[in-house]
Design a protein around this ligand. Structure first.
Ligand code: ZN
Ligand code: ZN
Length: 176
C-alpha cells in the first residue's frame, strides 16, 4: 500500500475529522486509486479549485460521519452516487463568497442528481432523514443535492429546502 492511502486510512481511524495533506500531482490522473470509502475517492471529495489542482501541497478536511452517511446512502440506493463538490479550501471561490460554508469545514457534500427520478430523490431524502440528516438542499435546476451535517446559519435551515422554491409540500404531489 502506498503512503498516501496509508495516511488516508490512518486519518479515518480518528472517526471525527478526517484531515491530511497531499500533493495534487500525486492524485492527478490517478486520484480514483485513493479510496476514502468503498465507493468514494479522494479525487471526488477533495477541493477542485484552481489553486488545489496546481499547488505543491493541499489540505483535505472531511467529517468521518459525512463520509459514512455518503457510503450508507450509496449502499441503500444501490446505484452510483457522484459527488460534485466535497471539501472546499479557503481560496475556493465559493468559500470566499461564504466563509461559513460547511463545505469548508468538511461538513457538507453535493451530489449530482443528473438522471435521477423524483422517486429516487424521495428515497434518498427519506433515508438521509432516517440517519438524522436534516440539512438537505435540493437544486432541481442545477441538478444537485447538498447534504450537510449541520446548519450553516445556526437556525432556520433545518429541513429539506430548495434553492429555487420549486418544491413545496403543497406541490410535491404534482411531481409524483
Ligand atoms: Zn482549493
Ligand atoms: Zn453544498
Amino acid at each position: 500500500m502506498n503512503t498516501l492511502q496509508q495516511e488516508i486510512n490512518n486519518a479515518r481511524l480518528h472517526k471525527n475529522l478526517i484531515t491530511f495533506s497531499y500533493a495534487p500531482s500525486e492524485i492527478k490522473g490517478n486520484g480514483k486509486r485513493y479510496s476514502m470509502s468503498s465507493n468514494f475517492t479522494l479525487e471526488e471529495l477533495g477541493c477542485h479549485c484552481s489553486r488545489c489542482s496546481s499547488a505543491e501541497r493541499v489540505h483535505f478536511i472531511f467529517h468521518y460521519r459525512l463520509l459514512e452517511v455518503l457510503q450508507l446512502l450509496r449502499n441503500h440506493l444501490g446505484f452510483p452516487v457522484y459527488p460534485n463538490s466535497g471539501y472546499r479550501c479557503i481560496v475556493h471561490p465559493y468559500t470566499i463568497k461564504n466563509p461559513l460554508s460547511n463545505h469548508h469545514k468538511g461538513l457538507a457534500v453535493d451530489i449530482s442528481l443528473n438522471g435521477w427520478t423524483i422517486l429516487k430523490l424521495i428515497k434518498a431524502v427519506l433515508f438521509l432523514g432516517s440517519l438524522g440528516i436534516e440539512n438537505i438542499g435540493i437544486d432541481l435546476k442545477k441538478e444537485f443535492m447538498h447534504i450537510a451535517l449541520s446548519s450553516e446559519y445556526g437556525n432556520n435551515r433545518i429541513g429539506v429546502y430548495d434553492y429555487h422554491n420549486s418544491i413545496t409540500l403543497k406541490n410535491i404531489k404534482g411531481l409524483l
